[in-house]
Design a protein around this ligand. Sequence first.
Ligand SMILES: CCC[C@@H]1OCC(CO)=C1C(=O)O
Length: 214
Amino acid sequence: TGVSGQDRAPRTASPRNRDTGLKQERAVRTRGQVLDAAAEAFATKGFPAVTVLDVAELAGVTKGAVYFHFANKEALAQAVAEEFYHLLGVIGSEVEEAGLSPLAAVTELLERTALAFRDDTMVQAGARLQIERSLIGVEMPMPYLGYTESLTRWLRQAQDQSQLPPGASPESTSRVLVSAFFGAQHISWVLNDRADIAERVREILVALVPGVGG
Ligand SMILES: CCC[C@@H]1OCC(CO)=C1C(=O)O
């Protein structure tokens, strides 16, 4: 081997390293399958009725495999809630990076969130777990405040750009938007499994955000 080591044979994983890598990949994949199964169970049956065996069977793994990744049902709920807010955060980042006007960002955030509530089981599970948070008995993420802060930030920018009516309060409008969204997605869930949530959220935006057409 030369001084610089440049002509050293390329380092390949040893059989033992390669085996460890495969085991780690399989563990990561199993954890994802278990989390998706837990979301399906929590979204459809609700936290109290779900058992770890339900989750194992939905995931197609043993109970031991579930317990390898999650200590108990409460840990599954916390992990689903964390993934729920991760997904909402991804939506928020995408809207931030889209370079929209402040009011267009408000509209885009809530419209994309409505579609996630309609289509994404992890999001549906997170929303239901937050309703059931008092039954879960372990620390759950604080709901609603992240959205309220994002919306307030954009509405303050809109106000600075004279895009809000005189006297409008960004903080108050933000709280009303979050309350209206939460109520609309819940009512839509109860009445039609969120089939019409996009239309319900659009009505909120038309009613509350200046310049949003019908
Ligand atoms: C977009 C409004 C806030 C959002 O709506 C439903 C829900 C469930 O907990 C939310 C949250 O932030 O936690």
